[in-house]
Ligand binder design. Structure first.
Ligand SMILES: Nc1ncnc2c1ncn2[C@@H]1O[C@H](COP(=O)(O)OP(=O)(O)OP(=O)(O)O)[C@@H](O)[C@H]1O
Length: 637
C-alpha cells in the first residue's frame, strides 16, 4: 500500500532523520569558511553516528537472537549426528600432525650424531626414515583434508536445511510483522557467514588446535627447559585473547544488526520508490541510508579494533619464542643442560607452532563471526508460534466468525467485535471504505492471523487449531500478490497437491480461462516460468494462482482484490469461471468494484472495523440512508 503523505511515511519508517541545517554542505562563502563548515559538518555527523551507534547497541526490538547455549546445543547435535566422521577427522588430523612433528626430532638426532662424530653409521637409515615420515605425512594430510572438507560440507548442508525448515515453518503473520530487511540479512549474509565458518572454520580450528597441542607435547618431550620459556611467552597473550572472546560475540551480533538496519532502510526505499519520488523524499531516504552506514561503520570499527589489538599482541607473543628459545638454548648449551640437536628440534618446533597458532587465532575470529550469525539465524526459531495445531478435525465446512477483534499494534483494534456466519456455498462480498478493516477480516477468516479475541471456526474447530496443511484445504486466501515460482507451469499449479494429473491441471486452467495461452506455449505445461524463463503478464500470473487454488480445492476461498490487476473484461471472464465453481465452494470476495458486490449473494459493509450492514444487493440498495445504497448511487451515477 502506498503512503499518502510524508507523515505516513514517517510512521512506516520509524523516525527518518530530518537533515539539520548544520549538516547541509556549504556552497557559498570564503574557502576557509567552507572548510570550517565542512569540518563542523563532519564532527556533527560523527557525533550523530556515535549516538545512533549507542542506540543500536540497545537490545534489538526485532527478531530474537539465540543465546550461546542454543548455539552450542545446535552444533552439539550436528556433531553428534556425524560422530564417526568427526572421529575420523580427529584421528587423521592427529596422525598427520604427529608425523609432521617427528621430522624435527629426527633432524635433531642427526645433528647430535654429527657432533658426536658417528653420523656416518646412521646417516643412511635416518635419511630413509625422514623420507618415509615425510611421505606418510603427505598421505595423511591429504586424507585428513579430504575428511575435513567432506565433514565441513556435510555439516553445512544440515545446518542450511535446518535454517530453511525453520524459516518456512514460521507463521505468516509473524513473518509479515518482521522487518523484511532483517529477515533478508539473516537469510543471505548470516547464512553465508555461518556457512564459511561451518565449512572452513570448524574443521580448520580442530586441525590447528590439534597441531598446537601435539606440537607443545613434542616440545616438552624434546626438552622441558627449552619449551617452558616459549610457552610462558605465548601464555602472556591469554589476557588479550580473553578480553577479545568476552567482547567479540556481542560486537559481531551488533554488527549483524546494523547490516539488517541498512537492508531495512534500503528495502523500504525501494518498495516505496514511487512514494519517495512523488513526495520528494529522496534526500531524507539517502540521509537515512547514510546514517545506517555510519552506524554500521562504527560497529565494524569496534570489532576491527578488537581484532587489531588481538592480532598485535598475538604477533609479539608468537614471534618472541624464536628469540627466547635461542637465548635459553645458547645458555643451556653452555651450561650443558641441552644438546645442539635439542636446540635445533626446539627451534623447528617453535617455527612449526607459529603457523597453526596463527591459523587458530584467525579461525577463532572467523568462528566468532560465525557464532554471531548462527545466533541470529537460530533466533528465527525462537520467534514464538502464533498457533499450536490440535488434533481435532472439522465437522463440516461451515465458517463462523464470532466477536472478532484484532490489533496490529497493542491497544489499537482495527476490528471491533465482528460476527459473521457464512452460508455454505454462498458468495459474500465485503465492501467498505479504504482502511475500514476488510483485508484484516479476510486474513482472520482465512486463518492467516488469529483474532485477538473471539474465534473463527470451521466445522466447529478453530482455524488456528488446525495444522497448516489441513487449514489450506479448508480455507485459502488469494491476494494481489501472485508469486510465480521458478519451475514449469505444471509445478506452479500442483504445489498443494503434487500427485495431481495433467487432466486435473488442464481442468483448473480451463476454469480460470487460461487454457488458450498455456496451450500456445511451445512447452505447454512443461514451459519453465520464473525469472530468466517465460514471463507472465500480471493477469496470467493471477490465473496461475487461481488454478493453483482450484487444485488445492479448499471449500472456502477468500479473495482479497483478487481480480483488481486484470482489465475489467478479463476480470469478468475470470469471475465467470469462478462463479462456475461456486456451487461447491463458499467465496468471500473483498470487493473494490461494486459490480462484484452486485453479483454476490450477500454483501457485508465494513466501516471502522464493524459490519454495519449485511444483506443482498436488493435488500441493501433499497435502504434509505443506507451506507451501501449511498455507495451504489455514487458508483452508478
Ligand atoms: N500490517 C499492518 N500493520 C499495521 N497496521 C495495519 C497493517 N495492515 C493494515 N493495517 C491497518 O489496519 C487498518 C485496516 O486495514 P485493512 O487493510 O484491513 O483495511 P481495508 O479496508 O482492507 O483497506 P483497503 O481497502 O485500503 O485495502 C488500517 O488502519 C490499516 O492502516
Amino acid at each position: 500500500m502506498l503512503a499518502t503523505s510524508p507523515d505516513t511515511w514517517r510512521d512506516r519508517t520509524g523516525d527518518p532523520p530530518v537533515i539539520p541545517r548544520e549538516l547541509v554542505p556549504p556552497t557559498t562563502g570564503s574557502f576557509t569558511d567552507r572548510v570550517r563548515a565542512l569540518r563542523r559538518r563532519h564532527a556533527l555527523r560523527e557525533r550523530r553516528a556515535l549516538e545512533n551507534y549507542a542506540q543500536s547497541r540497545k537490545p534489538e526490538r526485532g527478531w530474537p537472537v539465540a543465546d550461546n547455549a542454543a548455539v552450542l546445543a545446535f552444533f552439539r547435535t550436528l556433531f553428534r549426528e556425524r560422530r564417526k566422521m568427526f572421529a575420523a577427522l580427529v584421528v587423521l588430523n592427529g596422525l598427520a600432525a604427529a608425523t609432521g612433528l617427528v621430522v624435527p626430532r629426527l633432524l635433531g638426532e642427526l645433528i647430535n650424531k654429527t657432533v658426536a662424530g658417528d653420523a656416518a653409521s646412521s646417516l643412511n637409515s635416518l635419511a630413509v626414515l625422514i623420507v618415509v615420515v615425510v611421505c606418510a605425512q603427505a598421505l595423511l594430510t591429504f586424507l585428513a583434508q579430504r575428511t575435513s572438507t567432506v565433514f565441513g560440507q556435510d555439516l553445512l548442508s544440515s545446518a542450511r536445511e535446518y535454517i530453511v525448515r525453520t524459516i518456512l515453518s514460521l507463521p505468516l503473520g509473524r513473518v509479515e510483522g518482521a522487518s523484511s530487511g532483517d529477515l533478508v540479512t539473516r537469510v543471505t549474509r548470516d547464512v553465508g557467514t555461518m556457512s564459511r565458518s561451518v565449512q572452513y572454520g570448524v574443521p580448520m580450528s580442530i586441525i590447528s588446535g590439534l597441531t598446537v597441542v601435539l606440537s607443545i607435547v613434542a616440545m616438552l618431550l624434546n626438552s622441558v627447559v627449552l619449551a617452558l620459556p616459549s610457552l610462558v611467552v605465548i601464555a602472556l597473550a591469554y589476557p588479550q585473547v580473553k578480553r577479545y572472546l568476552q567482547r567479540a560475540p556481542k560486537g559481531y551480533i551488533n554488527e549483524g544488526a546494523t547490516y539488517s538496519r541498512i537492508n531495512s532502510t534500503l528495502t523500504e526505499t525501494v518498495e516505496g520508490a514511487r512514494t519517495v519520488e512523488a513526495l520528494g523524499l529522496a534526500e531524507r531516504r539517502v540521509a537515512a541510508g547514510d546514517d545506517d552506514i555510519d552506524v554500521s561503520a562504527q560497529a565494524e570499527r569496534y570489532t576491527m579494533t578488537l581484532r587489531n589489538l588481538l592480532f598485535a599482541v598475538i604477533d609479539v607473543a608468537f614471534n618472541s619464542p624464536r628469540v627466547v628459545t635461542l637465548l635459553v638454548g645458547a645458555y643451556g648449551y653452555a651450561e650443558g643442560w641441552v644438546s645442539l640437536g635439542q636446540i635445533t628440534a626446539a627451534v623447528l618446533y617453535v617455527e612449526a607452532l607459529s603457523g597453526p597458532l596463527d591459523r587458530l587465532v584467525g579461525e577463532v575470529d572467523r568462528l566468532q563471526v560465525g557464532v554471531a550469525s548462527t545466533s541470529r539465524l537460530l533466533g528465527i526459531a525462537e520467534v514464538p508460534p502464533d498457533r499450536v495445531a490440535g488434533t481435532e478435525l472439522p465437522d463440516g465446512p461451515e465458517l463462523v466468525g464470532e466477536d472478532l477483534r484484532f490489533a496490529y499494534r497493542e491497544g489499537h483494534d482495527v476490528l471491533h467485535g465482528v460476527d459473521l456466519r457464512l452460508e455454505i456455498g454462498e458468495r459474500l462480498a465485503i465492501v467498505g471504505p479504504s482502511g475500514s478493516g476488510k483485508s484484516t477480516l479476510g486474513r482472520l477468516l482465512s486463518g492467516i492471523n488469529g483474532p485477538r479475541t473471539g474465534s473463527v471456526t470451521v466445522g466447529g474447530v478453530e482455524l488456528v487449531d488446525l495444522p497448516l496443511e489441513t487449514l489450506r484445504t479448508e480455507v485459502a486466501l488469494v491476494t494481489q500478490e501472485h508469486h510465480v515460482f521458478k519451475g514449469s507451469v505444471r509445478d506452479n499449479i500442483i504445489l498443494a497437491r503434487e500427485d495431481s494429473s495433467d487432466d486435473a491441471v488442464w481442468d483448473a486452467l480451463s476454469a480460470v480461462g487460461a487454457t488458450e495461452w498455456v496451450a500456445r506455449f511451445p512447452g505447454g505445461l512443461d514451459t519453465q516460468l520464473g525469472s530468466g524463463n517465460q514471463q507472465l503478464t500480471p493477469a496470467q500470473a493471477q490465473q496461475v494462482a487461481l488454478a493453483r487454488l482450484i487444485i488445492a480445492d479448499p471449500h472456502t476461498l477468500v479473495l482479497d482484490e483478487a481480480t483488481s490487476l486484470i482489465d475489467p473484461r478479463t476480470a469478468r471472464t475470470l469471475e465467470g469461471s469462478m462463479n462456475a465453481l461456486l456451487t461447491s465452494r463458499t467465496v468471500v470476495a473483498i470487493a473494490h468494484r461494486l459490480h462484484t458486490a452486485h453479483d454476490a449473494d450477500r454483501i457485508a459493509v465494513v466501516i471502522d472495523g464493524r459490519i454495519v450492514e449485511l444483506g443482498s444487493h436488493h435488500e441493501l440498495v433499497g435502504k434509505p440512508n443506507g451506507e451501501y445504497a449511498a455507495l451504489w448511487r455514487a458508483w452508478t451515477s
